[in-house]
Design a protein around this ligand. Sequence first.
Ligand code: G4P
Length: 531
Amino acid sequence: MSKYVEEINRRRTFAIISHPDAGKTTLTEKLLLYGGAIQLAGAVKGKAAARHAVSDWMELEKQRGISVTSSVMQFEYEGYCINILDTPGHQDFSEDTYRTLMAADSAVMVIDAAKGIEPQTRKLFRICAMRHIPIFTFINKLDREARSPFDLIEELEKEFGIGTYPMNWPIGCGRDFQGVYDRQKHAILAFREFHSGQKRIQAEACDLSDTEHLDELIGERLRSVLEEEIELVDGAGYDFDLDDIHAGKLSPVFFGSALNNFGVEPFLQSFLELTVPPLPRVSEGQTVDPCSEAFSAFVFKIQANMNKAHRDRIAFFRICSGRFERDREYYHVQGEKNLRLAQPQQLMAADRSIIDEAYAGDIIGVFDPGIFSIGDTVCEKTVRLRFQGIPSFAPEHFAAVERIDTMKRKQFEKGVFQIAQEGAIQIFHDPHTGVEEILVGVVGVLQFEVLEYRLRTEYGVEVRRRALPYELIRWVSGQHAPISELNLTSDTRWVQDFKGNDLLLFTSEWCVDWALQKNPGLELRMFNQND
Ligand code: G4P
């Protein structure tokens, strides 16, 4: 056990996920306001990036010169040290979101009460479920017309196969919205005024048994609806079970209105009580206790161009155990080198500050001269850990990319390799033709445009891109015949990644089934767990 146990246990590191427009940015802002980390609503950027098309995305990046993808925010609240990981809302950057979730210990899912589960919520939830982390649900925009709360929780349970436990229950919605009933405190938090500014709204407590006061607060009709509904929720709903919450099987649900600052602080307080401190991580089959003495961390994200003037690259580390100290020498396991992490920084939306120390659960950004890859471990020399890699997402779109100017081979290769190292694209080559033509795989097509833009502006290389008809990629494993002798459909293509792993590109599920049926012992994986 380290002497930093107290520091580590007061940390809460979580990601906020949502379909664009559900209110993620607004909620994040309100949370930061409570923590005193910002003074003004509107200080958190990033949502604009999530929402816009690629041209705007790039324009925006140029103007702001900062990351448009996920950023990290740290603040203090009632003795807790909170790290919020923001995630890009645009679906084409979902791989980035996935990596960010690898660095989080729990997730908050924001849902628009009028819309319920939306496509991006679905995708992100599945990613959270893969990690079995606690998922908290904030159903937002109750000040607008909303779907029935019963409908909404039933949808969550059916679609996601989890239990839900409404921590509070809404009283009306839209113009009728009167507040929420807190099921734990047995009290009404009355919604008094519509307010979209930065001030906190005072909630008014009132017990359900205090009929007179209730009638006064919310009116007789809503009071009797509430009594009926609470009876139903208490009788037919899931029981509260903290173990199930921690295992990601039961999601505590909160209703509120982020814009009106209603239900945000009660949410924050319950969330902090119910969620987990930094979770143990696995290194080569061994569990690493976050409170153990030795410092260890892994890279979950690499971001180029954080600062246009310096063309810098920042590697984001999630600290898994112990304490980080600025001037100490650590060991980069994959690079097999001792190093000092240069300019360690903590990020606060667009601002950065150099830090001297950080603890398990924290995220630090360090200057990367091009030595780190996603998933790399840095730790105390004595422990030599190697954290489980971050599996690559199976890309869904493929293109062959080659340079137009034959003189620019070096720049082309450097650019493509560096952008791939950041995890912004995945690259492959055909073992027969070599690397003249690089095959690029992406999860969302916007990534192709980002690649071309960055090659042009940062590396001075114009490229030609030819779309390929493949839709599925699988990592090859199992005991099978040599790849060149496999029985495959004629439109299936064998490629390799730059670590030498074999993969197959398929045009349809049918071709995947064919390969599996015709080749005993062949196994095909959607993720590359070996990275
Ligand atoms: P996102 O990050 O999930 O994409 O959503 P964001 O917070 O940007 O919110 C999307 C829109 O929904 C914003 O309006 C925001 O003001 C509004 N909104 C968020 N929470 C609530 C709420 O509780 N009630 C209501 N009525 N609206 C809410 P916008 O007009 O698109 O942007 P803006 O001009 O207000 O910034």
